[in-house]
Design a protein. Structure first.
Length: 524
């Protein structure tokens, strides 16, 4: 079985650079440690030329002009590691989560899909680059050999069968990650590379340093093989960004959100998935006047920063980062955070993409993505609760419905209807009536005679009741607070004079709970 190891050099630096791509070619150092004694823990090659070395204090690192200083972010490292796994899963389903900066995959059977090992390596480097990572790749029939060579050479490194020991021979024994005690013993013996370690007798090595020495001897000899421990793929994708300067305006915030969405969509696309839901969380900076509690004169207690949450659910999964950015902009424009933003968390819940196939003889349906954007723009004007598709409620109360989120169908089920014979079908002569609801209902004054309406005063105009049919008494929800009871009449009204055009058949209702009359609508 052949294996491929994917190693991310300077992982902590790359985790920050993938969130800020402008730092890739600039001198960069990372700080970590307890506050306020920060120390330099990672230095880029460009920063090393300036003379920056690990272990310097923050003040000492700040003396080097032109060096970019950032704090180490474990959230960004977790996101970068997840992106590395997504890129590996896009090539092979057999992926091992070896270390935070290293994953190993099985490549048997991939030749029919991608070609030779070199072509697989180019695919891996390309897909890792799409998620913002520069990687080293090594191939070998021995999983431990592939792991060590990936961290030693930029690659791609391809080891022919039975030549593992030749490739490992010049490498330092430090790449085998021995314990401190064993490393000290090997230095005292003068063992500096894997070739010297492989030349030692195994029995004597076991007597001197135990089983750890035997295991490292097998790895240095190219014989330390083991099984691949498969990782379970996740279906949620997270990205994190901590800001040096607080963001208050929507335009700079949109630029940052677009960067995170590009990373998320690249990861989702690599897994052949689409985004169903976006969950957004902001950590807000407390206002200056609320940053300290001034009610106590002796002690000032600093308050915690607030949070802002926002979610975006799509009726149809998508991989379009620009569409998601436009929808988030509209959502935040309608409900913006009430304080400057200092940290951003973004999570994407994935779903399988839905292919759309149209008919040859049917008109093309609207693009669901464009329709969703149009609905979001309308909702930003009229309100999110005032747009959608009507859903009839399970109630006997007339005209009871609620608005639910509109969902476009992926397929068009309409079918052209062919006539039964060549002759045109005669039109149906059955009379059809239409009812127009008045929203909101119009209040009226009704005069009764012997319990039946005889006159209706509507908007200052009096109409005479020619015919009246009813009442139809309906009631419901008597066990709840919003109980209802009404008597409905269908009346034919005749308005004289200038309002004669308003004559017609109407539905008037007496609300027994409110003791009021109103007009529900008219018949066409």
């Amino acid at each position: 079985m052949a294996f491929c190891a994917i190693f991310v050099p300077d992982f902590r630096l790359q985790a920050v650079i993938r969130s800020e791509p402008v730092l890739r070619n600039q001198p960069l150092v990372l700080l970590d440690g307890p506050l306020p004694t920060f120390r330099v823990v990672a230095v880029s090659e460009t920063a090393q030329r300036f003379g920056v070395t690990p272990g310097l204090t923050k003040a000492a690192a700040a003396e080097f002009k032109g060096v970019q200083i950032r704090l180490r972010s474990r959230e960004q490292e977790a996101a970068a590691h997840a992106a590395l796994l997504d890129a590996a899963w896009s090539i092979s389903p057999r992926v091992e989560n070896t270390a935070i900066d290293l994953v190993t995959i099985g490549v048997d059977g991939l030749e029919s899909l991608f070609g030779s090992c070199k072509e697989i390596a180019l695919q891996l480097q390309s897909r890792c680059s799409e998620v913002g990572l520069q990687v080293h790749v090594a191939f070998s029939e021995n999983i431990e050999t592939a792991r060590i060579l990936s961290s030693a050479y930029a690659g791609p490194t391809i080891v022919p069968p039975s030549q593992e020991a030749q490739f490992l021979k010049p490498l330092s024994v430090d790449l085998l990650a021995p314990s401190e005690e064993l490393a000290e013993v090997l230095r005292n013996w003068g063992i500096a590379n894997c070739g010297a370690l492989a030349a030692l007798p195994v029995l004597s090595l076991s007597e001197c340093v135990g089983q750890q020495g035997v295991r490292l001897h097998a790895i240095a000899s190219g014989k330390g093989n083991r099984a691949l421990i498969l990782a379970e793929p996740l279906h949620t994708f997270e990205e994190f960004l901590e800001l040096d300067d607080m963001v208050e305006e929507l335009e700079p915030l949109s630029f940052l959100l677009g960067r995170l969405l590009d990373q998320l969509c690249a990861r989702v696309t690599a897994r052949a998935l689409s985004v169903r839901t976006i969950l957004l969380k902001f950590e807000l900076q407390p206002a200056f006047e609320e940053a300290f509690d001034t009610s106590k004169e002796t002690v000032r207690v600093k308050q915690r920063a607030g949070t802002f949450r926002c979610s975006l659910s799509l009726p149809r999964p998508t991989q379009d980062a620009k569409l998601l950015l436009k929808l988030l902009r509209l959502r935040l424009q309608d409900k913006p955070p009430n304080a400057p933003i200092q940290k951003i968390w973004m999570r994407a819940v994935s779903d399988r993409p839905r292919p759309v196939q149209g008919g040859l003889f049917l008109p093309a349906a609207p693009d669901p993505d464009k329709l969703e954007l149009t609905l979001a723009r309308i909702a930003s004007v009229v309100g999110e609760n005032n747009i959608g598709s009507a859903e009839i409620l399970d109630s006997h109360r007339p005209n009871t419905f609620r608005l639910q989120k509109f969902r476009a169908s992926a397929t068009d089920s309409r079918k052209p209807v062919a006539p039964v014979s060549g002759k045109p079908q005669p039109e149906s002569r059955q009379a059809k009536f239409g009812f127009r609801y008045f929203r909101p209902h119009l209040p009226v004054y009704v005069a009764l005679a012997e319990g039946r309406p005889v006159k209706v005063n509507w908007k200052g105009n009096t109409g005479k009741v020619i015919h009246a049919s009813g009442p139809w008494r309906l009631s419901g929800a008597w066990w709840e607070e919003n109980a209802w009871q009404e008597d409905a009449w269908e009346v034919e009204l005749n308005f004289a004079g200038k309002n004669a055009s308003a004559s017609g058949v109407y539905c008037i209702v007496f609300d027994a709970q409110q003791k009021k009359w109103f007009v529900r609508g008219s018949y066409d």
